[in-house]
Structures are given as structure tokens and as C-alpha cells.
Write a protein that binds this ligand. Sequence first.
Ligand code: CA
Length: 418
Amino acid sequence: MSLLPSWVESANLPDCPFPLNNLPYGVFSTKDSDPRCGVAIGDRILDVQMAEELGLITLDHGPAFDVPFWNEVMEMGPETWAELRRQLTTLLAQGSEHQTDVEPMLVAQSDAELHMPFLVSEYTDFYAGRHHATNVGTMFRGAENALPPNWLHIPIGYNGRASSVVVSGTEVRRPWGQLKSPDQPLPAFLPCRRFDFELEMGAIVGMPSDGPVTVDEADDMIFGYVLLNDWSARDIQAWEYQPLGPFQAKATATTISPWIVTKAALDPFRVHTPKRDFELLDHLKDTGPMLYDIDLEVTLAPQGQAPTSLTKTNYREMYYSAAQQLAHHTTSGCPMTPGDLLGSGTISGAEKHQRGSMLELSWGGKDPLTLATGEDRSFLQDGDTLTLSGAAKGDGVTIGFGTCTGTVLPALEDPYKR
Ligand code: CA
């Protein structure tokens, strides 16, 4: 894959996350404009609401950009997704006859505030990273029973909360919950002491289904991908999750990156899932490369201090692709809708510096990390800023996701004291 040159010069720099090859979709506002749909190009954003109003973008089922979210484009289907990408590429390519018309529709990213790029209809979180599941299982159940017996046969997941999905930059308040220390006979209602992050990718469903779909059909239904931090309260989780699963431990917030990177932009980076211990049943079998080679990194910055890199890993570590997860999600007949968000599950690699949560990095608090500032960390402290970043890197081309960041605010004094 080679760089597609644009007349927006900043898009042609080798490390630019948003070259013409990428064209990710977001929602932005400026001091002069309300939130509206935009497309990142270099260090600019193309105002596609204005481009559509002035007739430079015309979609068959349009208008698509009279609302400040991307769900209407999703609902128009894969042919329209491809048509929009063709029109955007034509407008922004080097030598475009439209340059003079389009130039006034560009906004500097530094002047823009980014918002939720789509309305999240529902949110499901999976548990499909083998190293993560093995690490957590070893801590909670011992090395012999690390992976549950179903794990190698189906992508395990749970239905999460769409209402607490927030965009990068949103502050996240430390939750209160019912906790029970191993050395206490009874639970107590306290602020979470083991607040954590989870490094994940989010897949956004763009097409609806009403019945079981195949893995190939599921792949076609996916609109794009974002970075996702599934904030987790480990002490609330440890007490509440047996026998049913995560509930309040995962409900405080889930942060996503503001740019939806389309499947078309990621297509050159498709890779196969890892070698399998058991052949999957036919309805979940891999039918082609449906994972992506995306480098991921997490940094932690204590309040007012420089960040430390906590982990570096890659999305290709997943055992199941988002298409397999989505296919599995529909086997019961569960309908899927545009705006459904699927969390991949925590993405950890085999090595210690590739682990995607504090729980694993500090091994349940037994082996705290030392930050560049000299401070120790087992779990997140108030004022810590967590930043996820990700990019697929080709020969002279970077398909970047931007960042997914959030700062931990102190717990309220007592949420029931009014
Ligand atoms: Ca998770």
C-alpha cells in the first residue's frame, strides 16, 4: 500500500495518522459552529455537513449529514459507505478540481472539540484475548483452570451499558460500590480501591440483522473500529460477579476514541486469527483474515506529570475476530442494530509489557509497577490520566486512530449524603 497524496499538505507527512488513505469519521464543533459530522484529513477536519449542503457530496439516500452523528450513513449500507469514500477521495486528492471549493470547509483540528461520533444503540463486551483470559483466570482460579472450558469454542461476552459510553477526554469519577475484603466477614459500601482500565478495540455495527448471520455476513455488517477503554472496578467486580458476571464493576464508564476508522481504510492490514487448539464449529469458522494488524499503546500520567508507557501490544493478539463475535451474538436470533458497539475484550500479549490492564500488569497488586516519576502503581489513582493510542502502519502510510483518553476524578464524599 502506498500513500495517496492529498492537496492538504499535512496529510502527506510520513507519520501523519490521517492521510488520504484513512479518512476517519467524527463529530466536531468549533466556537462558531454546533456539533456536526467531519472527516479528518492531515491536521484538518472536512466539514461534511457544509460539503453536502453545497452539493459537493451527494448520496442516493441523502441527506446524511443533517444530524450530528454517523448513524444515518451507517443505515444507508455498504454501497453508500463505498460511494462516500470515493467522493471524499476525489474532493481531497492531489490535483482535485474541487480544491478551491473545499478549502473553506476545512477546520484546524486544534480549533475543534470532538464529540461522540455516533449514537450507541447497545454495548456488548467480550472476553476474547487469550493472554488476558489466561492471566485473569490464573489469578482467580489457578493456572490449571485458567481458561474456562467453553473459552476455546465460543467468544464469551456480556451485555453492557450503552448509556455510559463516553468520548475520549471525558473525566471518569471513581465509583462507590459494595466491596468485601478477604479479611472482613461482611461487605461494606466504599469508594472503589482497585480502579482499572482495559485496553480494547470497539467494532461498530453498521447494518441491522434479524436472525443468525454467518461470519462473512457479520464482517460485511461492521462499519468501522475505534479504540475502547473499558474502565473496571476490580474490587466491586470480585464481590459481585459470582455467579452471574460483570454488572456495576463495568457500568461507570466506557471511553471510545473520537474517530471511526472504516473497514475500507483498514483493509490492507487484515490478518488471520491465531492457531486454534480446537476446530471451531462451522458457524464460527474463520473464512478469511478478519483481524487487523494494529499497534496499540497505553500510557499513564499522574496529575501534572509526564506519562509512562505501560504497555505495547497489537490487536492481532485476539483469539476471535469482531466478525466471529458478531456472528456468535446473533445465533440466538438476537437482532443487531446500527450503532451496536462490540468491545473486543482486553488485548494483552504474551509478555509482561504487553498486558492490557493494571490487574495483569501489577498481578492483582502483588507486583506494583514503577512509573517514570518514581511512584508505584498497582491500580489507578485519582488524577491519573490514561491514554490509549493505536495505528496500523504500512510502508510510508499510517492509519491512525488518534487517542482515547480519560482522567480519574476522586470519588464523591458520599453519593447518598444529600
Ligand atoms: Ca472488558
